[in-house]
Design a protein around this ligand. Structure first.
Ligand SMILES: [Zn+2]
Length: 106
């Protein structure tokens, strides 16, 4: 094996171990998401059963879901916390350090 082959093999081995690390990290993240999903599923089931016991029907729940979905101004089946900017009075997602419209800090 000449020097070039050695370097190429070394480079290949490094790529392979990086791939293995990336896969382990992705698997861990998937496991955490699956666990979170199961926990949320349990909460939703418990809340649904409690609401049914209290006489709240499905259409009232769906109406509330739509109301919450629209709080960020978009009907997309997702919920994101929003805040109203004190400078420009527009709604912006809370995960931003600055208002996306006027740039003022939160
Ligand atoms: Zn603003």
């Amino acid at each position: 094996m000449d020097h070039y082959d050695f370097l190429q093999r070394e480079h290949f081995n490094q790529l392979e171990s990086k791939q293995a690390r990336d896969k382990r990290e992705a698997d861990t993240e998937i496991d955490a998401l699956a666990e979170r999903f199961e926990r949320l599923n349990l909460y939703v089931l418990a809340l649904g059963e409690l609401l049914a016991e209290l006489g709240v029907d499905k259409s009232a729940i769906e109406k509330k879901i739509e109301e919450i979905d629209l709080r960020d101004g978009k009907r997309d089946g997702k919920y994101r916390e929003v805040s109203t900017c004190k400078q420009c009075n527009r709604k912006t997602r809370l995960n931003r350090p600055y208002c996306m419209y006027c740039g003022s800090a939160f």
